[in-house]
Design a protein around this ligand. Structure first.
Ligand code: BDR
Ligand code: CA
Length: 314
Protein backbone atom coordinates (compact mmCIF):
# COMPACT_ATOMS: atom_id res chain seq x y z
CA UNK A 1 0.00 0.00 0.00
CA UNK A 2 1.01 3.59 -0.61
CA UNK A 3 0.88 6.02 2.31
CA UNK A 4 -0.52 9.38 1.29
CA UNK A 5 -1.11 12.82 2.72
CA UNK A 6 -3.97 14.34 0.74
CA UNK A 7 -3.99 18.14 0.53
CA UNK A 8 -7.53 19.16 -0.32
CA UNK A 9 -10.23 21.87 -0.39
CA UNK A 10 -13.44 19.87 0.12
CA UNK A 11 -15.32 20.51 -2.14
CA UNK A 12 -17.58 18.00 -3.87
CA UNK A 13 -15.05 16.26 -6.13
CA UNK A 14 -12.57 16.52 -3.25
CA UNK A 15 -14.98 14.49 -1.11
CA UNK A 16 -15.21 11.98 -3.98
CA UNK A 17 -11.39 11.76 -4.00
CA UNK A 18 -11.08 11.48 -0.21
CA UNK A 19 -13.66 8.68 -0.05
CA UNK A 20 -11.90 6.91 -2.93
CA UNK A 21 -8.52 7.07 -1.14
CA UNK A 22 -10.07 5.83 2.09
CA UNK A 23 -11.85 2.98 0.31
CA UNK A 24 -8.94 1.77 -1.79
CA UNK A 25 -6.90 -1.11 -0.33
CA UNK A 26 -3.92 0.18 -2.32
CA UNK A 27 -3.78 3.39 -0.25
CA UNK A 28 -3.24 4.20 3.40
CA UNK A 29 -4.67 7.66 4.04
CA UNK A 30 -2.33 9.08 6.68
CA UNK A 31 -3.54 12.66 6.77
CA UNK A 32 -5.83 15.21 5.19
CA UNK A 33 -4.33 18.69 5.03
CA UNK A 34 -6.81 21.39 4.17
CA UNK A 35 -6.60 24.45 1.99
CA UNK A 36 -8.88 27.32 0.96
CA UNK A 37 -10.20 27.04 -2.61
CA UNK A 38 -13.64 25.66 -3.28
CA UNK A 39 -14.57 27.07 0.14
CA UNK A 40 -12.77 29.23 2.72
CA UNK A 41 -10.31 27.46 5.02
CA UNK A 42 -12.67 27.12 7.99
CA UNK A 43 -15.32 25.53 5.79
CA UNK A 44 -12.97 23.14 3.99
CA UNK A 45 -11.45 22.08 7.33
CA UNK A 46 -14.90 21.58 8.85
CA UNK A 47 -15.81 19.43 5.83
CA UNK A 48 -12.67 17.29 6.15
CA UNK A 49 -13.38 16.75 9.87
CA UNK A 50 -16.99 15.93 9.03
CA UNK A 51 -15.93 13.18 6.62
CA UNK A 52 -13.44 11.80 9.12
CA UNK A 53 -16.02 11.62 11.87
CA UNK A 54 -18.99 10.44 9.83
CA UNK A 55 -17.12 7.70 7.99
CA UNK A 56 -14.73 6.78 10.79
CA UNK A 57 -11.39 7.57 9.13
CA UNK A 58 -8.26 6.95 11.22
CA UNK A 59 -6.32 9.75 9.47
CA UNK A 60 -5.18 13.09 10.90
CA UNK A 61 -6.67 16.37 9.72
CA UNK A 62 -4.43 19.47 9.74
CA UNK A 63 -5.65 22.93 8.84
CA UNK A 64 -3.78 24.79 6.13
CA UNK A 65 -3.25 28.23 4.68
CA UNK A 66 -5.92 30.90 4.59
CA UNK A 67 -4.79 32.66 1.43
CA UNK A 68 -2.37 32.52 -1.50
CA UNK A 69 1.33 33.42 -1.16
CA UNK A 70 1.26 36.63 -3.18
CA UNK A 71 -1.80 37.18 -5.36
CA UNK A 72 -5.13 38.64 -4.26
CA UNK A 73 -7.43 35.81 -3.09
CA UNK A 74 -9.82 34.72 -5.83
CA UNK A 75 -12.57 33.73 -3.35
CA UNK A 76 -14.57 30.54 -2.84
CA UNK A 77 -16.18 28.70 -5.82
CA UNK A 78 -19.70 29.09 -4.43
CA UNK A 79 -21.33 28.68 -7.84
CA UNK A 80 -19.72 25.24 -8.28
CA UNK A 81 -19.59 23.77 -4.74
CA UNK A 82 -22.28 25.77 -2.89
CA UNK A 83 -21.94 28.04 0.16
CA UNK A 84 -20.93 25.16 2.41
CA UNK A 85 -18.62 23.42 -0.07
CA UNK A 86 -20.86 20.33 -0.06
CA UNK A 87 -23.54 21.52 -2.46
CA UNK A 88 -25.50 23.10 0.40
CA UNK A 89 -26.50 19.72 1.82
CA UNK A 90 -26.81 20.44 5.58
CA UNK A 91 -23.76 19.22 7.51
CA UNK A 92 -23.80 18.44 11.26
CA UNK A 93 -20.87 20.32 12.84
CA UNK A 94 -18.17 17.76 13.69
CA UNK A 95 -17.26 17.37 17.36
CA UNK A 96 -13.63 16.40 16.70
CA UNK A 97 -10.81 18.90 16.14
CA UNK A 98 -7.90 19.29 13.80
CA UNK A 99 -4.27 18.53 14.67
CA UNK A 100 -2.60 21.39 16.51
CA UNK A 101 0.02 21.83 13.75
CA UNK A 102 -0.59 23.96 10.66
CA UNK A 103 -0.77 21.83 7.50
CA UNK A 104 2.67 22.73 6.13
CA UNK A 105 4.28 21.90 9.49
CA UNK A 106 2.38 18.64 9.64
CA UNK A 107 3.62 17.75 6.14
CA UNK A 108 7.24 18.53 7.06
CA UNK A 109 7.14 16.51 10.28
CA UNK A 110 5.43 13.51 8.70
CA UNK A 111 7.90 13.39 5.80
CA UNK A 112 10.83 13.61 8.25
CA UNK A 113 9.36 10.83 10.37
CA UNK A 114 8.99 8.42 7.42
CA UNK A 115 11.63 9.26 4.80
CA UNK A 116 10.84 7.91 1.33
CA UNK A 117 7.50 6.46 2.36
CA UNK A 118 4.86 9.14 1.89
CA UNK A 119 3.31 10.34 -1.37
CA UNK A 120 1.92 13.87 -1.28
CA UNK A 121 -1.27 14.21 -3.27
CA UNK A 122 -2.63 17.74 -3.75
CA UNK A 123 -6.05 18.46 -5.23
CA UNK A 124 -6.45 22.12 -4.26
CA UNK A 125 -4.39 25.33 -4.50
CA UNK A 126 -0.74 24.53 -3.76
CA UNK A 127 0.00 27.03 -0.97
CA UNK A 128 0.58 24.43 1.79
CA UNK A 129 3.10 22.50 -0.31
CA UNK A 130 4.94 25.69 -1.26
CA UNK A 131 5.12 26.80 2.40
CA UNK A 132 6.47 23.38 3.37
CA UNK A 133 9.15 23.63 0.65
CA UNK A 134 10.10 27.16 1.68
CA UNK A 135 10.43 26.22 5.33
CA UNK A 136 12.12 22.84 4.84
CA UNK A 137 13.67 22.50 1.36
CA UNK A 138 15.11 19.14 2.38
CA UNK A 139 11.67 17.54 2.11
CA UNK A 140 12.31 17.19 -1.64
CA UNK A 141 14.55 14.27 -0.68
CA UNK A 142 12.11 12.78 1.83
CA UNK A 143 8.94 12.48 -0.22
CA UNK A 144 8.19 9.38 -2.24
CA UNK A 145 6.28 11.14 -4.97
CA UNK A 146 4.11 14.24 -5.51
CA UNK A 147 0.86 13.89 -7.45
CA UNK A 148 -1.15 16.99 -8.29
CA UNK A 149 -4.55 17.64 -9.79
CA UNK A 150 -4.12 21.00 -11.47
CA UNK A 151 -3.18 22.85 -14.59
CA UNK A 152 -4.18 22.65 -18.23
CA UNK A 153 -1.47 22.02 -20.81
CA UNK A 154 -3.58 22.11 -23.94
CA UNK A 155 -2.71 18.57 -24.99
CA UNK A 156 -6.36 18.17 -26.04
CA UNK A 157 -8.76 20.85 -27.20
CA UNK A 158 -9.48 21.64 -23.56
CA UNK A 159 -7.86 24.65 -21.97
CA UNK A 160 -8.75 26.38 -18.70
CA UNK A 161 -11.82 26.20 -16.50
CA UNK A 162 -11.63 29.51 -14.61
CA UNK A 163 -10.15 31.56 -17.44
CA UNK A 164 -9.71 30.51 -21.07
CA UNK A 165 -6.17 29.42 -20.17
CA UNK A 166 -6.04 28.63 -16.44
CA UNK A 167 -7.21 25.78 -14.24
CA UNK A 168 -8.67 26.69 -10.82
CA UNK A 169 -6.14 25.12 -8.43
CA UNK A 170 -3.15 26.68 -10.22
CA UNK A 171 -4.94 29.99 -10.84
CA UNK A 172 -5.79 30.32 -7.12
CA UNK A 173 -2.07 30.46 -6.25
CA UNK A 174 0.15 30.49 -9.35
CA UNK A 175 3.29 31.41 -7.38
CA UNK A 176 2.86 28.39 -5.13
CA UNK A 177 2.26 26.12 -8.13
CA UNK A 178 5.45 27.37 -9.80
CA UNK A 179 7.45 26.63 -6.63
CA UNK A 180 6.01 23.11 -6.40
CA UNK A 181 6.50 22.25 -10.10
CA UNK A 182 10.09 23.54 -10.26
CA UNK A 183 11.28 21.92 -7.02
CA UNK A 184 13.65 19.01 -7.41
CA UNK A 185 11.24 16.27 -6.39
CA UNK A 186 9.29 13.83 -8.55
CA UNK A 187 6.01 15.51 -9.60
CA UNK A 188 3.21 14.12 -11.74
CA UNK A 189 0.53 16.60 -12.78
CA UNK A 190 -2.91 15.26 -13.62
CA UNK A 191 -4.56 18.28 -15.21
CA UNK A 192 -7.68 19.14 -17.16
CA UNK A 193 -6.14 17.48 -20.22
CA UNK A 194 -7.02 14.14 -18.66
CA UNK A 195 -9.64 14.99 -16.03
CA UNK A 196 -11.85 16.32 -18.84
CA UNK A 197 -11.48 12.94 -20.55
CA UNK A 198 -13.15 11.03 -17.70
CA UNK A 199 -16.82 11.62 -16.96
CA UNK A 200 -19.14 10.58 -14.13
CA UNK A 201 -22.55 10.46 -15.81
CA UNK A 202 -25.72 10.99 -13.77
CA UNK A 203 -26.40 7.27 -14.32
CA UNK A 204 -22.99 6.36 -12.93
CA UNK A 205 -23.62 8.46 -9.82
CA UNK A 206 -27.06 6.81 -9.45
CA UNK A 207 -25.25 3.47 -9.48
CA UNK A 208 -22.93 4.70 -6.70
CA UNK A 209 -26.01 5.63 -4.66
CA UNK A 210 -27.75 2.32 -5.30
CA UNK A 211 -24.83 -0.05 -4.78
CA UNK A 212 -22.32 1.61 -2.43
CA UNK A 213 -24.24 2.13 0.83
CA UNK A 214 -23.98 5.27 2.89
CA UNK A 215 -20.86 6.53 1.11
CA UNK A 216 -22.59 6.28 -2.27
CA UNK A 217 -25.73 7.97 -0.92
CA UNK A 218 -23.69 10.82 0.53
CA UNK A 219 -21.88 11.36 -2.76
CA UNK A 220 -25.19 11.35 -4.61
CA UNK A 221 -26.63 13.96 -2.22
CA UNK A 222 -23.75 16.41 -2.38
CA UNK A 223 -23.36 16.07 -6.14
CA UNK A 224 -26.89 17.39 -6.97
CA UNK A 225 -25.69 21.01 -6.82
CA UNK A 226 -22.51 20.19 -8.78
CA UNK A 227 -24.47 18.42 -11.51
CA UNK A 228 -26.80 21.43 -11.82
CA UNK A 229 -23.76 23.59 -12.42
CA UNK A 230 -22.49 21.25 -15.17
CA UNK A 231 -25.94 21.07 -16.76
CA UNK A 232 -26.42 24.84 -16.78
CA UNK A 233 -22.89 25.77 -17.66
CA UNK A 234 -22.01 23.01 -20.15
CA UNK A 235 -25.27 21.32 -21.04
CA UNK A 236 -24.01 17.88 -19.93
CA UNK A 237 -25.58 15.21 -17.69
CA UNK A 238 -22.75 14.45 -15.33
CA UNK A 239 -19.42 15.87 -14.22
CA UNK A 240 -15.75 15.59 -15.05
CA UNK A 241 -13.55 13.45 -12.83
CA UNK A 242 -11.06 15.97 -11.45
CA UNK A 243 -9.77 15.14 -7.99
CA UNK A 244 -10.45 11.37 -8.01
CA UNK A 245 -8.15 11.13 -11.06
CA UNK A 246 -5.14 12.05 -8.91
CA UNK A 247 -6.01 9.20 -6.53
CA UNK A 248 -6.45 6.86 -9.50
CA UNK A 249 -2.92 7.77 -10.63
CA UNK A 250 -1.53 6.79 -7.21
CA UNK A 251 -3.37 3.45 -7.31
CA UNK A 252 -2.56 2.61 -10.93
CA UNK A 253 -0.25 4.94 -12.86
CA UNK A 254 -0.59 2.67 -15.91
CA UNK A 255 -4.07 4.11 -16.48
CA UNK A 256 -2.29 7.26 -17.71
CA UNK A 257 0.18 8.15 -20.39
CA UNK A 258 2.61 10.85 -19.28
CA UNK A 259 4.96 13.28 -21.00
CA UNK A 260 8.23 14.40 -19.41
CA UNK A 261 9.71 17.88 -19.18
CA UNK A 262 10.09 20.92 -16.93
CA UNK A 263 6.94 22.83 -15.97
CA UNK A 264 6.49 26.54 -15.27
CA UNK A 265 3.49 28.68 -14.37
CA UNK A 266 2.67 32.14 -15.71
CA UNK A 267 2.22 34.10 -12.46
CA UNK A 268 0.88 37.44 -13.69
CA UNK A 269 -0.79 39.16 -16.58
CA UNK A 270 -3.43 38.07 -19.09
CA UNK A 271 -2.35 34.42 -18.98
CA UNK A 272 -2.15 34.27 -15.16
CA UNK A 273 -2.23 30.62 -14.05
CA UNK A 274 -1.30 29.19 -17.45
CA UNK A 275 0.83 26.04 -17.12
CA UNK A 276 3.56 25.27 -19.65
CA UNK A 277 5.72 22.20 -20.14
CA UNK A 278 8.81 22.06 -22.34
CA UNK A 279 8.73 18.48 -23.55
CA UNK A 280 11.18 18.45 -26.44
CA UNK A 281 14.51 19.89 -27.41
CA UNK A 282 13.85 23.22 -29.08
CA UNK A 283 17.51 23.76 -30.00
CA UNK A 284 17.83 27.14 -28.27
CA UNK A 285 21.36 28.00 -27.11
CA UNK A 286 20.22 29.88 -24.02
CA UNK A 287 17.51 27.92 -22.37
CA UNK A 288 16.63 28.79 -18.79
CA UNK A 289 14.25 25.81 -18.82
CA UNK A 290 17.32 23.60 -18.47
CA UNK A 291 17.51 24.79 -14.84
CA UNK A 292 14.38 22.91 -13.84
CA UNK A 293 13.80 19.20 -13.29
CA UNK A 294 11.73 17.19 -15.75
CA UNK A 295 8.29 16.36 -14.34
CA UNK A 296 5.41 14.22 -15.61
CA UNK A 297 2.30 15.68 -17.22
CA UNK A 298 -0.55 13.25 -17.84
CA UNK A 299 -1.68 13.45 -21.46
CA UNK A 300 -4.15 10.59 -21.77
CA UNK A 301 -6.19 8.31 -19.55
CA UNK A 302 -7.96 4.97 -19.85
CA UNK A 303 -11.23 6.49 -18.67
CA UNK A 304 -13.28 3.28 -18.68
CA UNK A 305 -10.74 1.49 -16.50
CA UNK A 306 -10.66 4.51 -14.17
CA UNK A 307 -14.46 4.47 -13.77
CA UNK A 308 -14.36 0.72 -13.06
CA UNK A 309 -11.59 1.18 -10.48
CA UNK A 310 -13.54 3.92 -8.73
CA UNK A 311 -16.81 2.01 -8.52
CA UNK A 312 -15.01 -1.10 -7.39
CA UNK A 313 -13.25 0.72 -4.53
CA UNK A 314 -16.29 2.67 -3.34
C1 BDR B 1 -10.21 21.69 -9.47
O1 BDR B 1 -10.82 22.87 -8.97
C2 BDR B 1 -11.73 22.57 -7.93
O2 BDR B 1 -12.96 23.19 -8.13
C3 BDR B 1 -11.90 21.08 -7.94
O3 BDR B 1 -12.11 20.59 -6.63
C4 BDR B 1 -10.64 20.56 -8.56
O4 BDR B 1 -9.64 20.36 -7.58
C5 BDR B 1 -10.58 21.51 -10.91
O5 BDR B 1 -10.09 22.57 -11.67
CA1 CA C 1 -10.19 20.29 -5.22
Amino acid sequence: TTKIILDTDPGIDDAMAILFAEASPAIELVGLTTIYGNADIDTSTRNALYLKQRFGFQCDVAKGATQPLKREPVGASVAVHGENGFGDVPIEPPTISADSRPAHQYIIEMLKASPGEITLVAVGPLTNLALALEQAPEITKLVKEVVIMGGAFGTHEHTGNVTPFAEANVHDDPHAADIVFTADWPVTVVGLDVTHEAFFSTDYIDTLRDTCGEVGEFMWDISRFYLDFYKTRMGVDGCFVHDPSAIAYVIDPDLFEVRKGPIRVVCEGPAEGLTLQKYKDTGHKTDEWANYPPQNVAVSVNDQALLDLYLDAI
